[in-house]
Structure formats: structure tokens, C-alpha cells
Unconditional design. Structure first.
Length: 343
């Protein structure tokens, strides 16, 4: 039996997805669209006889469903709440998942849940995961290193996308070289405890509050298919320096201390320097990504967050470990030259 589609969504699901759903026992389901993310993945909620599930449609040409499945099983084996995999066709990019509902962290906070409780639980998840080095291979899936070559490509997005919008001209070769030299000088500080899991997008839009569970299981984790091995500080930065919402003042240092209290094996000073470098690196990347999402992908909504991202970058640049990069931004993109970008 083919899935029953809502009247205004008949063109949203491909025939191979319909066949996959039917083979998984959800042939009678109503298919509803679920808000997606900044990737090419699409999500649908299946509703059938009082039960629900989530269909992830990850086009193989641009997404890696096999990586999602491999990392999901790795996290689940460590007691982390990730959606159970109900059915999979990795070659087609189709995965049927347990439905965690709609209570993302941002929605939970809007509904009056305590911010400290949510963020402390999410911090504890990272402290647990970082107790051991990340495996380099999960079955057939290779977990690649988050290295300086990739980090540099990501911060280059500032010059590729933000700079032309701000100045009206592309960055020239000399400017690009000076920018790369500044980052080259700070990369060594990034690599404290650099053999841990890096999920890359461990922040409020990808975290669910499962209030009917207990302990660490209350944190539902999504969007981890791009996981790598790299600096432990990265995902904590991702959580506490959220580009889409302001974390309460004073909460960040408290939770950094909470995390380090559970990882006494870590060098505190080295971790904090890595945290600042990763914070600056991530903010620089996101400045370019948010402009690219507007210009290339037709998603202008991300531009509203640029002032917050600049604030995060500036805060990280006050760390002495980032002096060369701070000097570069002060010279070439000081505060008074950051033109607002609007669609």
C-alpha cells in the first residue's frame, strides 16, 4: 500500500521513498513535512494508528546516510539518546527513525524549562563521550580527522562569501595570504586533546529535551553524521556559543568548569586555549556559511544572526592565543567596517 500523502504535499516524497516506507510497514501512514536544516536532507513525519516515525531522505549525491547510521550506533552504544533506526536503505539515502517529537532545546526553553538544567545535561553528555578517544573507523565508515587543512578551508569562507558582500570586491591574493598566515600561527593551540569525537553541530537546533527520560538520556542528539575526530573543545564551543540564540550570561564559564570537573585528565589551560581557538574558528566559518546560505541556497533567514556571530568571534579573539588573528581582523575588518548584510 502506498503512503497516504497530505493533500498539499503530494509532490514531496519520491517513489523510492514511498516503496521504502511500505516495505518498513508504514504503508498506511500519513506523511507530513518536518522542518529541515541547512543541509540537503529532508525530513518527514509518518503518522499511522497512533504511532509516529521520522523519515530522513538524504540524497546520496550530497549526503552520507551510511555515516549517520554508523555514528548513531556508536553513540547509542555509549548510552546517548539518538533516534533508534527502524529501517534503512543507505544506498538510497533513506533512514526511518524513532520520532523524538518537537521539543528542541529552543522550544523547551520557550516553554519555561530551566536553561541551566538543559545545558548542564548536554554538557555532561560531552564529558562522557570525551572520556575516551574517538575510534578512527566505525565498521565500514571511516571517521576522518578534523585537521588544519579543513579548519583553514572553513575560515576561508569569510573571504569567499562575507568579504565580497562587505567590501564589494573579492579578496586579493595578498589579503588571503595574510589571513592564512594569521591562522597558521594559532592552529597549534587548537589541538589539545585532539583525539575526541567532534560532532560539528552539537547545539540547540539539534538537541531535543526528552523530559520523560532520566539522567543523560534526557538529551536527544541529532545531526551527527559529519562526526570527525579532533579537539574535544569543539563541541562544547558549539553548545555554549550558539550562533542562533544567546546563552544566558555567566552560564558559559560555569559549564566549562563543570565539563573540566568531569575530565580531570585534561590540561585546563591547554583546553581553554583550544576552546578559544575553536570558538574563533567556528564563528569565522559561520560568518561565511550564513552569507552563503543566502546567496547560493536562497535561505536569507540566517543573516539575522550575523551580529551575534560577530560578537562570539570578538569575544574569542580576546584570548592571547589568538593574537595574530585578532590583529588581522582589527586591521582588515574592524567593527566600524562591518556593513550590515540584508537580503
Amino acid at each position: 500500500m502506498a503512503p497516504h500523502l497530505a493533500p498539499d504535499q503530494t509532490a514531496m516524497i519520491a517513489p523510492d521513498a514511498a516503496a521504502f516506507i511500505a516495505a518498513a510497514g508504514w504503508g498506511a501512514a500519513t506523511v507530513l513535512s518536518v522542518s529541515g536544516d541547512a543541509s540537503f536532507r529532508r525530513y518527514f513525519r509518518l503518522v499511522c494508528d497512533g504511532r509516529t516515525a521520522i523519515l530522513m531522505d538524504a540524497p546520496p549525491a550530497t549526503e552520507n546516510a551510511g555515516a549517520f547510521v554508523a555514528v548513531a550506533r556508536y553513540l547509542s552504544d555509549r548510552g546517548i539518546s539518538v533516534p533508534r533506526i527502524l529501517a534503512e536503505d543507505v544506498a538510497a539515502g533513506l533512514v526511518l527513525l524513532e520520532d523524538f517529537g518537537d521539543l528542541m532545546f529552543v522550544a523547551a526553553l520557550a516553554n519555561g524549562h530551566d536553561e541551566t538544567e538543559l545545558y548542564a545535561a548536554a554538557t555532561d553528555v560531552l564529558a562522557l563521550l570525551h572520556a575516551v578517544p574517538m575510534a578512527g573507523r566505525l565498521g565500514k565508515h571511516e571517521v576522518k580527522p578534523y585537521d588544519t587543512a579543513r579548519m583553514q578551508r572553513e575560515v576561508d569562507l569569510v573571504l569567499d562569501w562575507y568579504w565580497p558582500e562587505c567590501t564589494g570586491a573579492p579578496a586579493d591574493a595578498a589579503l588571503c595570504r595574510s589571513y592564512a598566515d594569521a591562522w597558521d600561527a594559532v592552529w597549534p593551540a587548537a589541538f589539545a586533546h585532539a583525539d575526541r569525537l567532534v560532532q560539528l553541530d552539537y547545539h540547540s537546533p539539534n538537541l531535543m529535551w526528552l523530559h520523560d527520560r532520566s539522567g543523560l538520556a534526557r538529551v536527544g542528539v541529532l545531526d551527527f553524521q559529519d562526526a570527525m575526530t579532533g579537539p574535544a573543545a569543539y563541541d562544547l564551543v558549539s553548545l555554549l556559543q550558539d550562533p542562533r540564540r544567546d546563552v544566558a550570561a555567566g552560564l558559559e564559564p560555569l559549564l566549562i568548569a563543570r565539563y573540566l570537573g568531569q575530565r580531570p585528565d585534561f590540561d585546563v589551560a591547554a583546553f581553554k586555549a583550544s576552546y578559544a581557538v575553536m570558538g574563533a574558528q567556528r564563528a569565522a566559518r559561520i560568518l561565511g556559511v550564513f552569507v552563503r546560505l543566502w546567496r547560493r541556497d536562497g535561505k536569507p533567514g540566517y543573516l539575522q544572526h550575523l551580529p551575534r556571530v560577530w560578537g562570539l568571534l570578538d569575544r574569542n579573539l580576546t584570548n592571547p592565543a589568538l593574537a595574530p588573528v585578532a590583529d588581522w581582523f582589527q586591521r582588515y575588518l574592524p567593527r566600524d567596517q562591518r556593513r550590515a548584510i540584508t537580503p
